[in-house]
Write a protein that binds this ligand. Sequence first.
Ligand code: XMP
Length: 484
Amino acid sequence: MYSELVSHRVTADDIRRRNPSAVILSGGPASVYADGAPRVDPAIFELGVPTLGICYGMQLMAQELGGRVDRTGLAEFGKAELAGARGRLFDGIPDALTVWMSHRDSVVAAPTGATVVAGSPSTPIAAFEDHARSLYGVQFHPEVVHTEHGQELLKNFLYEIAGASPAWTPAAVIEEQIERIRAQVGTDKVICGLSGGVDSSVAALLVYKAIGEQLTCVFVDHGMMRKDEAEQVVQTFGEHFHVPLVHVDAKDRFLEKLAGVTDPETKRKIIGEEFIRVFEVEAEKVGDAKWLVQGTLYSDVIESGGEDGVAETIKSHHNVGGLPDDMEMGLVEPLRMLFKDEVRRVGEELGMAERMVWRQPFPGPGLAIRIIGDVTADRLEALREADAILQEEVRRAGLYRELWQSFAVLPAIRSVGVQGDSRTYGYPIVIRAVTSDDAMTADWARLPYDLIELVSNRIVNEIPAVNRVVLDVTSKPPATIEWE
Ligand code: XMP
């Protein structure tokens, strides 16, 4: 389903112009009756566009439409049992079900003309419907996995009530983007910086599909990638898909620049700047390229404050390490309307290997920020091997996709060990594995002991420079996912 996230400040006229099948008002932490609480243009409810309010969104509807919201003293956080569920939202769903709630305030009077269609012991008005005006509200969160039949409820709303059809498929996205890209760039030359990550890879393939040899991909190998990753990029793009590819082996150059540097921010800066420098030289060689492909995602657009600045600015996003403003090239951003899971599905549809499409996120500065201390060829080698062992065993255990990230870190300290009959003085390797939905928060993954044992044994046995393996058991916050 194609969807756009807009600010609560959007006007009814804006919405009419966008001509949506449906509107969903999301949840939020405020109290609807508090000063400065986010409100919506009440004329939105007069548009006749099917509207579903979730949690705060439901309470806002109640408040605006003649109902009432109050703090009843009966907060619900977590599981709640819904009873007597009926009506169009709950069509085909059992009348008793477990849902996920997170609220202190409750709707104590439904909007004028609306019917209460579900309640929980502490929230008698847990859902309401007004067919005549096509307005619907639920206090619980149908979008979270812990709510039973949540997806069915959303399908009822979107497909049955709003009459939308699930036509936003990877194939449809690809076709639409191909047309857009062709219209945008015409016969101009286009270049794309490949990083080996999912986003830039899918973006590059989409553009290649649209304009073929007008595209040149530039892959700057900074030598900070995981084992075999650079070869995979060359194989996939150059050999398999036959995309014109410039492979710049800049390993030595980056290592030289990083020599003796221990400060994390300085490392990032050096790598970012060097990347740009190398990229610019190659772009120049391609000659009069007018367009640059970037793998910007919809989540980046939202985080950067949205196109019209309506979303709150969470952080300024710089893709590909922030290319300079004076490059004077237009941007081609074929993934701008997609979320990560959609990008992966588009990648699969384009024929990319499962291994590339489902790759865990990897930071631009790569292994350089996973060596705590200065980066040397030996340390890189040890870390790369340790990381490869961890990846291999995590995959073998079937856990790779369940984890947001799993990787090795090499703090450049040494400790004493004993191997064979001799004393060793080697590096430790830290295993960092986390679960997360969006990297904003994360929890350390409870990896099976057998897996940890296997990884630990293999790392100390197979990598001479390492004699100790430790496990990072810190969530984010207070730690970050990466160590630098
Ligand atoms: P932290 O360490 O801040 O990381 O919890 C959050 C997520 O961002 C990734 N990360 C980066 N990605 N360039 C990137 O493209 C970077 O410089 C960078 N630093 C961190 C990190 O791997 C995690 O997924």
